[in-house]
Design a protein around this ligand. Structure first.
Ligand SMILES: Cc1ncc(COP(=O)(O)O)c(C=O)c1O
Length: 466
């Protein structure tokens, strides 16, 4: 197959084997063309760099799609996807909402001044203190289970709640989820809800399938009338997050990578992942089974097309029931809104291979990871000097003292070499990658978060808000 030429000059110092060229925002190109090492020298390695313009653009684009359908609609940013205060301030200025997942997130959002009716608490586990804080500030609580329901009633008889529902029927199967009340039992909750105000229905599904959202939304919308008859002012349907992001430029590179990976696992092709890491696949007697445990980094449908597709199917039901449709994107609003820079500390030969190298970065793998196995895009290497060294190949490794401590599991080629003092920019890390798993193991400090527009650190890096 023909692989597109590396489009941008900035990608020329590092190429995946095989390549997975990222979509790159112009501000990251500008950063890479400048002196990113100066920022790392000042704030430490790794450094997360944040730019809120793509976030603003994404919120506006989603709202415009909904407007074109004539739907009452609001976006609630799922804050768990990135901890920076800047995005919450941005959402406040845009008049949008915020979905919080912990007491600390809630306190920060309220302190920043987001209006209570623009906040929803969807924390997976809710302490008494969290519920009390929601009630005291009239923040809607998405109730997940009967213990939560009893606790809310114990705290207040006038709390505003949304019912989190799950177990939807989609194409003859029940969609599995650990969250929410089974929708088949929602009718049985009516007595228990007595005294509370159900102001909305809520779901969040795993994955990114828009058809599953359509099925779930339709089932929920059928319940709205029943709850209203009982006096509950159901005002909104919240369909959670899961709006897709396409991180890569080229579909054929994505397909080629997976084909080559399978070959390397099954038929002796030279490894392209560290020690032939299977990325979640299984090999039995030379045959490869399963699905990769990674995000689908290339997707045809962007978040606006995804929303448009969903709305095409549910717009009439939404209008008929006269509810506001809400969604809670995390990842999709952060597309292009951040990157992570790390300094190269060493380059050495790998003993158990013919010519591969280890490139040691001043960072650890929790600073660019989610629950899945790898981050499948090519990073950018910014050279510290102008000299062109000999080409080398190898793996980017991190600072935790385990054999498995790789920043990327994929092998890279460095056509002009790579050396101590160079910098690696990992593009598009704002959605989960930079914060979701970050840890202070070995007592390494957490990475700082630098605001590209304001040229200072994000408030999250200052003393914790009260
Ligand atoms: C309740 C809820 N809402 C929204 C989100 C955000 O999902 P995404 O970042 O995929 O849009 C999550 C993610 O786990 C969630 O649990």
């Amino acid at each position: 197959m023909s692989i597109p030429q590396r489009k941008k000059q900035i990608g020329s110092n590092c190429q995946g084997l095989p390549a997975l060229q990222p979509r790159i925002e112009s501000w990251i190109e500008e950063l890479a063309a400048g002196r990113p090492g100066d920022l790392v020298a000042e704030f430490g390695s790794p450094l997360n760099v944040i730019h809120a313009e793509p976030f603003r653009r994404d919120v506006t684009d989603l709202r415009n799609v909904a407007r074109s359908f004539g739907i009452d609609f609001e976006v609630y940013f799922a804050r768990k996807a990135n901890k920076c205060i800047r995005f919450v301030e941005e959402m406040k200025d845009l008049g949008g909402g915020v979905d919080v997942a912990s007491l600390e997130e809630l306190r920060q959002v309220l302190e920043i001044g987001v209006a209570a009716e623009k906040v929803i608490c969807t924390a997976a586990v809710k302490s008494r203190e969290l519920i009390e804080c929601c009630v005291a500030n009239r923040v809607t609580i998405a109730i997940d289970n009967e213990d939560e329901l009893r606790l809310v009633k114990d705290i207040s008889r006038t709390a505003e709640v949304a019912l989190r529902l799950s177990g939807f029927n989609h194409e003859g199967n029940i969609l599995p989820s650990r969250f929410g009340f089974p929708i088949s039992e929602a009718g049985m909750l009516k007595d228990e809800l007595d005294g509370l105000m159900v102001v909305g229905l809520h779901f969040h599904l795993d994955g990114y399938d828009p058809d599953q959202r359509i099925s779930a939304a339709r089932e929920c919308l059928k319940l709205v009338g029943e709850f209203r008859e009982l006096g509950h002012p159901v005002r909104f349907l919240d369909m959670g997050g899961g709006l897709p992001v396409c991180y890569l430029e080229y579909a054929n590179e994505w397909e080629h990578f997976h084909a080559e990976h399978r070959k390397s696992l099954s038929s002796g092709r030279e490894e392209i992942t560290y020690r032939n890491h299977p990325l979640g696949l299984h090999v039995v007697e030379g045959k490869v089974y399963g699905k990769p445990n990674t995000y689908p980094f290339y997707q045809d449908r962007r978040s606006v097309d995804w929303l448009s597709y969903v709305l095409t199917h549910i717009q009439n039901d939404i209008k008929e029931m006269d509810v506001q449709l809400r969604c809670e994107p995390g990842r999709a609003l952060l597309d292009g809104a951040g990157c992570t820079i790390a300094r190269v500390e060493f380059v050495k030969k790998r003993a158990d291979s013919d010519g591969d190298h280890y490139i040691g970065l001043a960072m650890n793998r929790t600073q660019c990871r989610t629950g899945s196995d790898d981050f499948l895009i090519d990073p950018i290497v910014v050279k510290s000097g102008v000299g062109k060294g000999p080409e080398i190949r190898g793996y980017l490794v991190g600072a935790y003292c385990t054999e498995s401590e790789l920043i990327f599991l994929r092998k890279f080629r460095f056509p002009s070499g790579i050396q101590r003092g160079d910098h690696v920019i990992i593009p598009n890390t704002a959605g989960y990658f930079m914060h979701f798993l970050e840890s202070r193991s070995h007592q390494f400090p957490l990475a700082k978060n630098y605001l590209y527009e304001a040229k200072c650190l994000d408030a999250i890096d200052e003393e914790p808000l009260t």
